[in-house]
Design a protein around this ligand. Structure first.
Ligand SMILES: O=C(O)C(=O)C[C@H](O)[C@H](O)COP(=O)(O)O
Length: 213
């Protein structure tokens, strides 16, 4: 991709749909549709399935086919091949913890909106040069947290972030109050024990609380 072109990754609405993007690690593909429905019921119609488990791609496929009310994305894209696999499975957006040139090219090739990950000012500037204005700040708490984002907002106001990694109901409001934060990402809405127990009411309750942040 040449500089100053607009990649598909710049779709401006990815950060503005929900205050909290649920980051979900799914081990049982049978949980995919119920967890997506619970998130929708709780008012969070976005789900990011991390490609960390063998079930993830099929989970994306099932949710895309059976829960049209939710925007389903794939996270933990760490190789160019995974970007294509996620798109082929029906993912509607892509998230990566990092932003290597080959990953960026692969995500852009899918034509899907994407949130590449950054943790330094130079990475932020690199993405802006390539046409991305929205990005994931990861690992947020370990990389300077709200202080980093506040400091970046003055010299680099064009970049907007979805901080992820160490976000909780306690610190999320502080992030969401920053001018360069559109949403945060977090795994607390879908705790492993709730998924294991099939406790969809608990997931819906956690989603409801997160949606109100
Ligand atoms: O899988 C990815 O693509 C990642 O970059 C990591 C996740 O976003 C974080 O693991 C979520 O963080 P927690 O809410 O602290 O659990």
């Amino acid at each position: 991709m040449s500089e100053n072109t607009t990649p598909a990754g710049t779709a401006p609405t990815l950060l503005d749909r929900v205050p909290v993007v649920p980051v979900v690690v799914l081990h049982d593909v049978e949980h995919a549709v119920p967890v997506a429905r619970a998130l929708v019921a709780g008012g969070l119609p976005v789900i990011e399935l991390t490609l960390r488990t063998p079930a993830a791609l099929e989970a994306v496929e099932r949710i895309a086919a059976e829960v049209p009310e939710i925007l389903v994305g794939a996270g933990t894209i760490v190789s160019p091949r995974q970007a294509k696999e996620a798109a082929d499975a029906g993912a509607q957006f892509l998230v990566s913890p990092g932003s290597t040139p080959s990953l960026l090219a692969a995500m852009d090739d899918t034509g899907l909106p994407s949130l590449p990950g950054v943790a330094t000012v130079s990475e932020v500037l690199d993405l802006l040069e390539r046409g991305w204005q929205e990005m994931k700040f990861f690992p947020a708490e370990a990389s300077g947290g709200q202080g980093f984002l506040r400091a970046v907002s003055s010299p680099v106001p064009a970049a907007r972030f979805c901080p992820t990694g160490g976000i909780s109901p306690d610190n999320a409001p502080g992030y969401l109050a920053l001018p360069n934060v559109g949403c945060v990402g977090g795994s607390w809405i879908t705790p492993a024990d709730a998924l294991e127990a099939g406790d969809w009411d608990r997931v819906a309750d956690l989603a409801r609380a997160a949606a109100a942040l």
